[in-house]
Design a protein around this ligand. Structure first.
Ligand SMILES: [Zn+2]
Length: 354
């Protein structure tokens, strides 16, 4: 899990959307069978009005504070999830809150792009039309998150498609994960710091069976890169495994949620390729390459990163897929610290020679 940062511009655009399209729904008056519920709902919505900035652009810690300060009766109402009716339609309270916060509406592009326009050939025109609005597409594009922050294995490609004839909605292919699940926290369903751009595999295949909770660490707050390293059992079977550098049960939960170790065990070939590179690119050869190309490269490190295929800057780990994995293995193989471990190198040569 790589830490994400959102720009002030994203916050500004989301806040404006929230004020114009969400806040106005807080006056919706549903009918409940029980009059007490009705009063608590009104009380809740009034509270949400006073805290709309937090609900729109509050950081994870603000969201947790919002939740911890919610009066007991409001929490009970959400928990109880009673039936209510609005405009003649019967629905559960949770569903009503989701409608009020309007995440589905936020995702529906039909209002901005016509079905006819939505073809691959028109993607440039679609982009330029969407620029005038605030949609999940704009959010993912502006977030500059290129690789999934949960697994770092897949790219996030924001593209709108017309799903199928039955479902007449234009959908975003890149997923937005509700870190705090909308089933449990419907009032955070439009909170920008609760929306994590991620890959389909992490969002749909893995996360739908397990849910993060309010106490779990959030990718907008921490970088799990600090807590574990990918390693390969170089001198034996070359298997990929995880070495935890800090003891924290939240790391175990994260590794378990996303099946990180078993997913990366399929990429053992990348570790093997780097081992081969360790042999054919000794430090002396990198020195020579740099000397011959000094005009084009700022440093020896730059050459090394290019030919071996890793990046040492931890701040860039979301730029491409596999960057954490390759960085960790490069570190294990002493590409980064340039320590020549002769013994290890000899053993590697023996291994490759077999
Ligand atoms: Zn992923």
């Amino acid at each position: 899990m790589m830490q994400l940062e959102l720009s002030k511009e994203i916050e500004k655009k989301h806040l404006k959307y929230f004020q114009e399209k969400v806040l106005t729904n807080f006056d919706i008056k549903p009918k409940f069978l029980n009059i007490t519920n009705e009063n608590i709902h009104i009380q809740f919505m009034n509270y949400c009005k006073t805290k709309f900035r937090v609900l729109a652009i509050g950081k994870p810690e603000d969201l947790r504070k919002f939740r911890s300060e919610l009066p007991e009766e409001i929490l009970s109402l959400i928990d109880e999830n009673p039936m209510c009716s609005y405009r003649g339609k019967k629905l559960k309270y949770n569903k009503l809150l989701l409608n009020i916060f309007g995440y589905e509406k936020f995702c529906n592009l039909n209002q901005y792009v016509s079905k006819e326009l939505l073809t691959q050939e028109n993607y440039k025109q679609i982009n330029s039309e969407l620029k005038h609005y605030w949609t999940p597409y704009n959010f993912v594009t502006m977030s500059n998150v290129r690789a999934c922050p949960y697994c770092n294995r897949q790219y996030i490609t924001p593209i709108y498609i017309h799903s199928n004839e039955k479902n007449d909605k234009h959908k975003l292919r890149a997923d937005l994960d509700h870190f705090y699940p909308k089933s449990k926290y419907p009032y955070f369903s439009m909170s920008i710091y609760n929306l994590v751009p991620c890959c389909k595999f992490c969002n749909s295949s893995l996360k739908h069976v397990k849910e993060f909770d309010i106490t779990d660490v959030n990718p907008y707050e921490e970088n799990f890169d600090d807590y574990f390293k990918f390693r390969t059992d170089i001198l034996n079977d070359g298997d990929v495994y995880i070495e935890k550098t800090h003891l924290d049960h939240r790391i175990d939960r994260y590794l378990d949620y996303f099946q990180i170790e078993s997913l990366y065990s399929y990429h053992k070939n990348q570790a093997e390729e780097m081992i081969q590179k360790r042999i054919i690119y000794p430090e002396s050869y990198i020195d020579e390459l740099y000397k011959n190309n000094e005009l084009y490269f700022a440093s020896k490190e730059e050459i090394k990163q290019l030919v071996i295929g890793y990046i040492s800057d931890r701040g860039c780990l979301n730029d491409e897929a596999f960057l954490k994995f390759r960085r960790d293995i490069a570190e294990q193989l002493h590409f980064i610290d340039c320590i020549t471990d002769d013994e290890q190198l000899e053993k590697l040569k023996e291994l490759i020679g077999k």
